[in-house]
Design a protein. Structure first.
Length: 396
């Protein structure tokens, strides 16, 4: 539960950018691609940080990283509240905030869960990742209310204070928990031999590893195009900014159900099947988004949110479990870090390319078609893992 709360706040920073994007556009008039580039830099730096954070998780208690990350999130958000130029946005949000979120975010959380809940890993990952959905449900509308009542600068400052008061104490609490141990300590106490654990070079020689990285990459690219640009797209088609923010909240609610339910289901049937199904649902959500724009219907916009929330959950909850199924062991943190790097690069490229396509074409038709293509490629990657797994079983 504590890990889920940390994820709610750390990734509340991530998903609230979609409403800050609208406020920054109104304040400065920067182009859509410039604003999207701020998020893309964030995603790249976050992704580059993940292998390093994963390696640190192999060496030290991940809870220490949560404390440092919580402090960093607070200070970086405070810095962003004073920006005046795109360069300051790129440095403050794109670099400082991204590193801080990586320290207290997905990588240390997954490593802690993977070490302690291997029997029902899919459900465990789904449960903690549902904290991200809670962040979307509660934090994004809270940020929108703060922006409406106090302006975006003070909103960032309040957000910084709340993040410090929540993330840092939880990190300290996790440090004190005796159940949170380094992998070596845990394995030595259980008398388990760790010499056979696959290393990162071992994993990189396996085709399944690259297919899972591809699943991370394309799934994240497609979903983040929608996450970053959905609010401004809906607002441009007659939906109010507050309704746009609540659409993000509905996505959060649906993702809670999708992650916990999908994780539970993946413990019962092949994870790859659940992953493919999730991406197909995400693809369907794009067509519903187009329909909501044509009709201006709030109900259809919320239907889009439900489908996206359930669909993208496959990328968030199932892909890490797929990686653990094939490459669990002493070096899992480092191996997972590369997968998360692929996810972050996809998250960086998607919104930025979508912004460029909007500036070039004048609307989001090409951008959201790119999201559909990414969903198809993610599903193919997941299905490829299933095929290789079956081939491996047959050759034994």
């Amino acid at each position: 539960m504590c890990i889920a709360i940390v994820l709610a706040f750390s990734y509340g920073v991530w998903y609230s950018y979609s409403v800050f994007l609208v406020a920054l556009f109104e304040a400065f008039g920067w182009s859509r691609s410039t604003l999207a580039l701020g998020f893309s830099i964030f995603a790249v730096v976050h992704g580059v940080s993940n292998p390093v954070v994963g390696r640190l998780c192999d060496k030290i208690n991940p809870a220490y990283l949560v404390v440092f990350g919580g402090i960093g999130v607070s200070l970086s958000l405070l810095y962003v509240s004073f920006i005046e130029t795109p360069a300051q946005l790129f440095f403050g949000f794109g670099v400082l905030t991204a590193i801080s979120v990586a320290l207290c975010g997905w990588a240390p959380s997954l490593v802690q869960v993977q070490r302690n809940h291997k029997a029902r890993l899919g459900f465990a990952i789904g449960f903690i990742s549902s904290g991200i959905g809670v962040g979307m449900l509660l934090i994004v509308p809270l940020v929108q209310l703060l922006i409406q009542n106090y302006g975006w600068r003070l909103a960032y400052q309040i957000f910084a204070l709340i993040s410090f008061c929540v993330i840092v104490p939880i990190g300290i609490f996790l440090i004190k928990l005796s159940s949170v141990q380094s992998f070596l300590q845990l394995e030595q106490e259980q008398g388990v031999e760790v010499k056979g654990s696959p290393s990162l070079p071992d994993a990189m020689r396996d085709a399944k590893f690259w297919l899972i990285v591809g699943a991370f990459f394309f799934g994240s690219m497609g979903s983040q195009i929608l996450h970053v640009h959905q609010v401004v797209f809906l607002v441009e088609h007659g939906i109010s900014t507050m309704v746009g923010a609540t659409v993000v909240s509905v996505i959060g609610i649906a993702s809670i159900l999708g992650k916990t339910g999908g994780g539970w289901l993946s413990d019962l049937i092949e994870r790859e099947k659940v992953f493919v199904a999730g991406n197909l649902i995400m693809i369907c959500s794009v067509f519903v988004l187009f329909l909501s724009a044509e009709t201006g219907s709030v109900f259809i916009a919320y239907l889009f949110a439900v489908l996206l929330g359930v669909g993208y959950s496959a990328n968030a909850a199932i892909a890490p479990a797929m990686m653990s199924d094939h490459f669990s062991g002493r070096y899992f943190g480092s191996i997972l870090g590369v997968g998360l790097f692929g996810s972050a690069i996809g998250a960086a490229l998607g919104p930025w390319i979508a912004g460029e396509l909007f500036d070039f074409n004048g609307d989001y038709s090409l951008a959201f078609r790119l999201a559909i293509l990414c969903g198809v490629l993610a599903a193919i990657s997941g299905f490829g893992v299933k095929i290789l797994k079956l081939a491996t079983v047959r050759t034994r």
